[in-house]
Write a new protein. Structure first.
Length: 408
């Protein structure tokens, strides 16, 4: 149950989890799901300025959107809406665009909570780039929409005929390349064939065609950069660089142990955006200057977590139990069970996760004393979102839940 005092933190967001998480995790507050809740929690928590926007559902999967002021001890619900003809069966997650929440079937005014029917119908919002909202349906078509004074208007529509893009949606892992005013999006990356990119401003689709990835279990990793793309055949350790428009600009061997999905080295969150040269440096030296640092695991039974800051600070390491299952393999060949990491205040804690579903791996690691900070609430949470350095809000089987450091 939630603790009596609720959230008692500082409501600050530096991008680095507070060191106090190492002491343990408390439930600050809950907002119950409608009806009986959902045994497989789905939804999304987003930020809109100082407001938390939570999208969850009950057992019938009908979407509920709630705006919350989470800065005080207890949550203050600003408004709640149940947009008609909108459920959480889709893999799409909603997007905040300006003062609106866009999702399949609905557009919601984030100031008032009023909902209106989306002109794109049940199409999935893929990304917002270069002033254009890109929506797609199935494997066939994508459209580009811009906001005029009162309505969303379609600017282009294109037949993509590409492999299903839905794997990009739920983790919101839509890579982009090029300048802010002329962005290209990666809409498919078939390791046995071609990768496809789409120009947000016009809907133009191009293929970028390195040789198909080799091996029985072919894996090709893609990196988006401010000035282009890098595609890596994980089995052959060969990288091919492209311009944002898809023109090949060079090749180079990969010397660092990086892969895709299950990686042996991952980049922690940061405010920067890499260049192609920056990606090349990461793939050849393991350093990622645009990020907070890099994380990898080694040691006996792959139980040592290492974090190397990009700034001039010493690397730190901590041992975690084998039962934590944060990596697979043995010494020298450890495959991570997570793809995303955030370094805490003073490198004291490390938050790692793989995807956003409740059954995906996620953990708080004590980088000072070692070990994993146990929390069944965090383990069962879908879409954990850092609202403040000392407050995580997500969706679980009972509804919307907020976590805070123990004794904080």
């Amino acid at each position: 149950p939630p603790r009596e005092q609720g959230y008692t933190g500082w409501a600050q967001d530096s991008g680095h989890p507070a060191a106090a998480w190492a002491r343990g995790v408390d439930v600050a507050w809950r907002i119950d799901a409608p009806g009986e809740g959902n045994t497989r929690p789905r939804g999304r928590v987003l930020r809109h300025g100082s407001t938390v926007i939570a999208v969850d559902s009950g057992e019938d999967l009908a979407a509920r959107v709630t705006a919350i002021d989470a800065s005080g001890a207890q949550p203050v619900t600003l408004w709640t809406t149940n947009p008609s003809d909108t459920d959480l069966m889709s893999d799409a997650s909603p997007l905040v665009v300006g003062d609106e929440l866009v999702m399949p079937g609905a557009v919601i005014d984030l100031t008032t909570g009023s909902a209106s029917e989306a002109p794109w119908g049940r199409d999935d919002p893929l990304a917002y780039a270069s002033g254009v909202l890109v929506t797609c349906t199935g494997k066939e078509t994508c459209s580009g929409w811009t906001r005029t004074e009162a309505v969303w208007e379609r600017q282009w529509r294109v037949i993509t005929e590409q492999p299903d893009y839905r794997s990009l949606l739920w983790d919101r892992n839509v890579l982009r390349a090029g300048p802010e005013d002329d962005t290209w999006l990666l809409i498919s990356n078939d390791p046995q064939g071609e990768a496809s990119i789409l120009r947000a401003t016009t809907g133009e689709v191009r293929t970028i065609s390195p040789a198909p990835a080799k091996g029985a279990y072919a894996v090709r990793t893609a990196y988006g950069a401010s000035d282009g793309w890098v595609l890596v055949d994980v089995n052959t350790k060969e990288a091919v660089a492209f311009s944002p428009e898809g023109e090949q600009s060079g090749t180079f061997p990969v010397t660092e142990p990086v892969g895709s999905g299950s990686t042996t080295r991952t980049v922690t969150a940061g405010d920067g955006r890499p260049t192609v040269d920056g990606v090349k440096r990461f793939l050849t030296t393991g350093r990622a200057p645009w990020s907070d640092g890099t994380v990898w695991m080694d040691g006996k039974d792959c139980t040592t977590v290492n974090f190397a800051p990009s700034e001039d600070r010493k690397p730190v390491a901590a041992t975690v139990p084998k039962e934590a299952k944060l990596a697979n393999g043995s010494s020298g060949a450890c495959t991570l069970a997570f793809s995303h990491a955030v370094a805490g205040e003073g490198d004291s804690v490390l938050f790692v996760q793989q995807g956003v579903d409740s059954d995906r791996r996620k953990a708080l690691i004590d980088m000072s004393a070692g070990g994993v900070v146990e929390s069944k609430e965090l383990s069962g949470m879908a879409t954990p979102t850092w609202v403040y350095d000392d407050l995580i809000v997500g969706i679980d089987a009972t509804g919307i839940v907020a976590l805070t450091p123990k004794d904080a």
